[in-house]
Design a protein around this ligand. Sequence first.
Ligand SMILES: [Zn+2]
Length: 287
Amino acid sequence: MKKYVITSVLIGSVIVLSACKPVDWAQQQWNSAFNDSKEESEKDKEKENNDSKPNESQQDQPPSDTDETGEPENPQETDLPWLNETVTVSGDGKAIVQNLDDMLIVANKERNLPEDYVPADLVTPNVPFPFKEDLPKKKLRKEAALSVEVLFKAAEEQGLELLAQSGYRSYDTQVSIFAYNADQYGEEKANQTSAQPGQSEHQTGLSLDVTSPQVNYELVEEFGETKEGKWLAENAHKYGFIIRYLKDKEEITGYQYEPWHLRYVGVEHAKEIHERGITLEEYLQKP
Ligand SMILES: [Zn+2]
């Protein structure tokens, strides 16, 4: 928990230019984005209907269009930014992520973001935060910010009380957090509890830690047992988000279960990742 407090303290003393107010254009942009995804999901429904129909109509179709071939039905599945194709290895042996502006970008303990990478389209979503200061950690990349506004609205309509605790985090902030933890608890412990600079997903501007009054605005595992945490686990994908660090997937993600850490990937990918119950790493492992 300390590291989040520290983040606030660290950045709290810096005067930050106010983010542009995304409200009006956000709505506009979102409307078009949302219509697209509605169309998508209607298409999906149509597809489901077709799939559930008996073979009668399929007999008329050319053989290339069958499900039985074992070929992936969804052409997009063959065209994902696979993990092993989206890094280059630098002189010192570090894997550096290349697809920086991709919504499916993966940063983890084996994949480093460049020191100077700052997403170009960071904005502050119009959602409640448990603090008043205008800090950089309020920001997210535009598409994620628009989507999280819709997610929060949907949660509110269910009588849930979500708050956004921490979004974008710069490389330099992560340097400070890691150095502080290493100084306090030793490097080994620091490695377990905080990300090395360049390895935090928060630097992508696609991650948001959320919390609720029920857990005292903290980022703790019990959040997963609150009604807010349960709702997110069941519904976040409808708004393009996944729970990034799942229970019992530490070996794959490198992180313990974090029911509060949302990651934006877009509706289509989120839906599939959710339905398959897998991690982003597994989703992007080339078959
Ligand atoms: Zn997080």
